[in-house]
Design a binder for this molecule. Structure first.
Ligand code: SAH
Length: 244
């Protein structure tokens, strides 16, 4: 009986991967993941069995990992960013519940909130909330409530899954909700394709996040708190202990 590593590979190429993640992939016989992520680690996979599946078949991917581990393979199940942030770590443990003999090790990675924040400056230096706008797994009413309460509490807010082809207007709705508590002039930013080909960072106001065709599903969006400012082209949230 071998083991399953659920590996967060970070946002992009190998330079964003931790040595622990690299080692887990190197030690594995089989690498499983969504095609894009398997492709990002292809330098580490020659000679290994590589199993990639389409986007939505998450449970199927977990079952593939479990079957491979039960047939005595060491498996690296790769996810973008961190494996435990909208990643596969939880669902993998649920699928393997009946097989406690299979060891599962979660290998953390740099989540898009951290890698994207670094590109923009230092927007998340203080308290922040991450909210996904995908209503595939969360009812939209709950997402609305979280947006409203986080905005009311003056958190910096990071939006994952801001848009997809089917949900183009969700980011606009999110801005409308947050604008009940935050000024439309609040400094914001977004980063597309962090650490990947085509990386693009934009600093703007909350108003400019609306009807914005540049934001897509490979974008992470940052909304400042009431103290966030633009300093020399960088998005900066003061920590609050020093008034400069
Ligand atoms: N486990 C991932 C998140 C998966 S949810 C992590 O920890 O980063 C998918 C969402 O994450 C995307 O819609 C986007 O909002 C964000 N995201 C993940 N990787 C990204 C990247 N390289 N560039 C920009 N956004 C990214």
């Amino acid at each position: 009986m071998k083991k399953i590593y659920v590996v967060g590979i970070g946002p992009g190429g190998q330079e964003f991967m931790t040595p622990q993640a690299k080692k887990a992939i190197e030690e594995s016989d089989t690498v499983v993941g969504y095609t894009v992520y398997v492709d990002l680690v292809k330098d580490l996979t020659p000679g290994k069995e590589v199993l990639s599946t389409a986007m939505k078949q998450e449970v199927d991917r977990c079952k593939l990992c479990l079957e491979a581990a039960l047939s005595d393979k060491t498996v690296a199940f790769v996810c973008s960013g961190d494996a435990g942030v909208y990643g596969m770590a939880g669902i993998m443990m649920q699928v393997a519940e009946e097989h406690p003999e299979v060891e599962i090790e979660i290998v953390p990675g740099i989540t898009a909130a951290c890698s994207g924040a670094a590109v923009l400056g230092a927007p998340l230096i203080h308290d922040f909330a991450i909210i996904s706008l995908s209503d595939l797994l969360t009812p939209w009413e709950k997402i609305e409530k979280r947006l409203a309460l986080a905005a009311d509490a003056d958190f910096c807010i990071v939006l994952y899954n801001p848009k997809s082809k089917k949900r183009r207007e969700y980011i606009d709705k999110a801005v409308d909700i947050m604008s009940r508590f935050k000024s439309l002039d609040t400094p914001c930013g977004y980063v597309k394709n962090i650490g990947r080909y085509g990386e693009e960072a934009v600093i703007c106001t909350m108003k400019e996040l609306k009807e914005n065709d540049n934001i897509d599903m490979f974008t992470t969006v940052f909304i400042g708190n009431s103290g966030t400012a633009v300093i020399n082209g960088k998005l900066v949230t003061p920590r609050g202990y020093r008034n400069v």
